[in-house]
Ligand binder design. Sequence first.
Ligand SMILES: Cc1cc2nc3c(=O)[nH]c(=O)nc-3n(C[C@H](O)[C@H](O)[C@H](O)COP(=O)(O)OP(=O)(O)OC[C@H]3O[C@@H](n4cnc5c(N)ncnc54)[C@H](O)[C@@H]3O)c2cc1C
Length: 606
Amino acid sequence: MPVYKAPLRDMKFLLNEVFDYPGHYTRLKTGENATPDIVDAILNECGKFCEEVLSPLYQSGDEEGCKLDNGEVITPTGYREAYQQYAQGGWQGLSAPEAYGGQGLPASMGLFKQEMMGTANWSFSMYPGLSMGAMNTIFLHGSEDQKQTYLVPLTEGRWGGTMCLTEPQCGTDLGQVKTKAAPQEDGSFKLSGTKIFISSGDHDLTENIVHIVLARLPDAPKGTRGISLFIVPKFLPDGNGGVGKANGVTCGSLEKKMGIKASATCVMNFDEATGFLIGPENEGLNCMFTFMNTARIGTAIQGVGPAELSYQWALDYARDRRSMRALSGKKEPDQVADSLIHHADVRRMLLTQKAIAEGGRAMLYYAARLADHMVEGHTTGDEKKADAYDDRLGFLTPILKGFLTELGNEAANLGVQVFGGHGYIREHGMEQIVRDTRIATLYEGTTGIQALDLLGRKVLLMTQGGAVREFTLKVANFARKTLTDKRVRPFSVELLKLTAQWNVLTVRLMLAARKDRDVVSSAANDFLMYSGYVTMAYMWARMAAVASDKLEKGGSDSEDFYRAKLATAEFYYERLLPRAQAHATGMLSPTRSLMQLAPEHMAFTD
Ligand SMILES: Cc1cc2nc3c(=O)[nH]c(=O)nc-3n(C[C@H](O)[C@H](O)[C@H](O)COP(=O)(O)OP(=O)(O)OC[C@H]3O[C@@H](n4cnc5c(N)ncnc54)[C@H](O)[C@@H]3O)c2cc1C
């Protein structure tokens, strides 16, 4: 079974040459300690941990899975030791505030770490990932007392975190949440109800687990306006940073699922469990959105990670495995046959994976700069700045989450295809990547919900197309500036056409939606995918522009590296970007063909 290699050259190309993170960090208050040497050392160290500790547990964790023993969840062999190494290495607090025991580095550093960990072993990375979401929520909405009690052990990795939203009757429509919270005289609450599908709901990695739970107060308004947010610890804090008596929250069972088997997905029972209100009453869903936005960008990584991992392993295989002769003549005449890599159709698959992995990574790192500014706004109390960056990031979040996870699934499937029948056999790990990746388009808001959020809420309702205008203006300005570079010009010309088209499509949908209410739902997925392809095209043009410049003036990597970037950009523009036009056609199609069949006429079985 192959192992993961951290793609440090590609990461450093993006950080240092495309997005000027060294300059970005000097302008950030939290960036003071993120000097190039330190960033370099952290990335190298994290890469080593992922390659040597997490990657070897990837397949064994899948084979063994989690077990429920006497009400306690046991993670697969090696997970506890790996987690201890992770916590002792201070990795959980990398970008957490220094005031609560973190290292205070910019949020983006946490994302680079998460990418490598998630690619090496997604199941493992779920445990610290969920804790991160809990930390962010408590940091933004908790009282000072709650921060003191929970943030330090979470930051140290001694305690873990979860998000408990989903119930049997609702995952998307959280207005239907039934879990109850009864106020107590001492100001605490007693929570009762059942949550399902709770990632990291119980496990043996940490001494305590801090559940962030959505529940209803008595007489709360119906729907989403009557939901509040609570902290419910597995063990009540003892007041000295340790754990006290057990709370009424237990794991009822473990879900049996398609993939990410080493990640415990639990049914959680709250039986008069003591909880503490976090944020204002009945505004739980708003507070939870903080959690969800962080989690959604985190989940977008689950598009890039599998593309990268599957590409690495498929590439190795395609170099070794031999089959027939290349159509253009023998490439390895001394061998019995040519390697797979010489066949154009195999290259189509490999280059699609490569373009998705590297293009997707660029999208994430582009967004991570915005996240740094947003977080800085929050930490320094500059809410205006925080809101401005939240808006810019808010537009990109559904594109990153929805589009990248859809493409991650495609890339993972292509990895199986490159292996032929061997891809379907477990020992190579390729089918595991497919199974593990499948969840990414479902949790943290399905692709359908991301698409509605993008088109319905952020583009049409909240900004009447303004979000698209603002983003495309940036893209068009970049394209105009690069028209003079002959290597980049074809990309710039295409980008200019697409930015104009994106705005026209938005206006046409806005007008159509006024006449037919089903338009938004029927067009949303095509609009999301179109937006994704254009955003990725912008990233490939930016990478190509830097590569072209470095070929002229010299850069920190080899000429071959920069030529490969230009070649992959060309592949993306010629072979993947044309898909945007099918989505443009799809989104403008009338709703009739979708809506005309009555539900009882969808099938004739009796
Ligand atoms: C492995 C795993 C881990 C998970 N981890 C967690 C966790 O840690 N915490 C947690 O709280 N939850 C978790 N979940 C739950 C997950 O977030 C939900 O499953 C997800 O949000 C979808 O909700 P649902 O399953 O109820 O699907 P539904 O809401 O029933 O949706 C079914 C389908 O209908 C579509 N749909 C629904 N409403 C609309 C609409 N209005 N318009 C158009 N289409 C619509 C959806 O896009 C989807 O395709 C996890 C789930 C799994 C499988």
